[in-house]
Design a protein around this ligand. Structure first.
Ligand code: MG
Length: 386
């Protein structure tokens, strides 16, 4: 079990749930980092007494430095601060739960510093692709999945057969708040409706990704990278109750699944205690109480992001970074009321159609693909409103 954590994104949904696990297991926190929520960060500093607190927003970093002068916690700001927290010498595990592409450089920095990583930041694996997985292999560090589906697959693969008999991965999807809706019905949905997720309590960005099913598309890419499996051997099944978190199928058609109540503290804790298991703050699963589990084919005609992500994965190069960057921009524009819900999928698809794909030799190439995609989306939206 890891005992000294660095938590990037400590004030977010995953970060605060990770601190519940820290409380339950009596672990210590060496470093924490947040985007800008310094009020909550200050409370965390006073409770966990980390040696370092990083704030991405430089002004907020200065403010926090002033507010916690009476403590022994050092404060660092900006991307440099995030990188310092990612490589902090006192931490034996870095939990990266920042939202979006901004997590890429901290992940790579932690890997270079030979830190094992609990990864909740799927965007960096989607966008960074082989740059990340190659660095992980080269430095001999562990990349432990925190995403519930990938934690499930990771658990199902424990004790896998030695003869490479893995046939396919099956990701479950809740279907989000708009399961069963037609494109016509989704034309005018509001941000509030899209944020109303049936099963999981998550941050705003990922909840919108769940409503468009972009989240599941990103997870197909994430699974392909984490488990080195081609996209055509990764299936998605809609499972409304979110009790089965994902499955693997072997060559003998035996299917192994991982189940539990939908609560992120289980996969967070497993990444921290791996390969051991301990009591958790999460409730027991009662299958009899749930009664029935249901399954459906995903509707790829309505939720076009699923196919866009599969296509990006097959295209190779920086296509997955383009799909991710376009989505981050479109997701944010939707949340700010600038575009309609269905436009998110159209913009992701359009970015893949319009931007010339290329191979990524470095992080800068990935960042360039990301900014080309964001620019494409901003240009489309500007054009549409004129
Ligand atoms: Mg997930």
């Amino acid at each position: 079990m890891y005992r000294n954590l660095s938590i990037l994104g400590s004030t977010g949904s995953i970060g605060t749930q990770a601190l519940d696990v820290v409380d339950k297991l009596g672990l210590s926190v060496a470093a924490i980092a947040a985007y800008s929520n310094i009020d909550l960060l200050e409370q965390q500093v006073r409770k966990y007494k980390p040696a370092l607190a990083a704030v991405f927003d430089e002004d907020k970093a200065r403010e926090l430095r002033d507010n916690i002068k009476d403590t022994s916690t050092a404060v660092a700001g900006g991307m440099e601060g995030l990188l310092e927290a990612a490589t902090f010498s006192g931490a034996d595990l870095v939990l990266n739960s920042v939202v979006g592409m901004v997590g890429l450089r901290p992940t790579l920095a932690a890997v270079s510093a030979k830190k094992d990583i609990a990864l909740a930041n799927k965007e960096t694996l989607v966008a960074g692709g082989r740059l990340v997985t190659d660095a992980v292999h080269k430095n001999g560090v562990k990349l432990l999945p925190v995403d519930s589906e990938h934690s499930a697959i990771f658990q199902c693969l424990e004790g896998r057969p030695s003869n490479n008999a893995l046939k396919k991965l099956i990701l479950t999807a809740s279907g989000g708040p708009f399961f069963g809706k037609t494109r016509e019905e989704l034309e005018d949905v509001t941000v509030e409706q899209a944020l109303n997720h049936p099963n999981w309590s998550m941050g705003a960005k990922i909840t919108i990704d769940s409503a468009t099913m972009m989240n599941k598309g990103l997870e197909i890419i994430e699974a392909a990278r984490l488990f080195d499996v081609d996209g055509d051997r990764i299936d998605v099944v809609v499972h409304r109750e979110s009790i089965i978190h994902s499955l693997v199928e072997y060559d003998d058609n035996s299917v192994v699944a991982q189940l539990g109540v939908p609560d992120m503290r289980i996969p967070i804790q497993f990444a921290i205690t791996y390969p051991e298991r301990y009591e958790s703050p999460v409730a027991e699963l009662s299958l009899a109480q749930i009664g029935k589990l249901s399954f459906f084919e995903p509707d790829c005609d309505t939720f076009v992001c699923l196919n866009a992500c599969k296509r990006a994965l097959a295209m190779g190069g920086v296509a997955t970074a383009i799909a991710n960057g376009a989505n981050e921009e479109a997701n944010s524009l939707f949340r700010r009321g600038r575009i309609a819900f269905l436009e998110i999928g159209e913009l992701v698809t359009g970015a893949l159609d319009s931007i010339t794909n290329f191979e990524a030799e470095s992080v800068d190439d990935v960042l360039r693909a990301d900014s080309l995609a964001r620019q494409y989306v901003r240009d489309c939206v500007k054009g549409a409103s004129e």
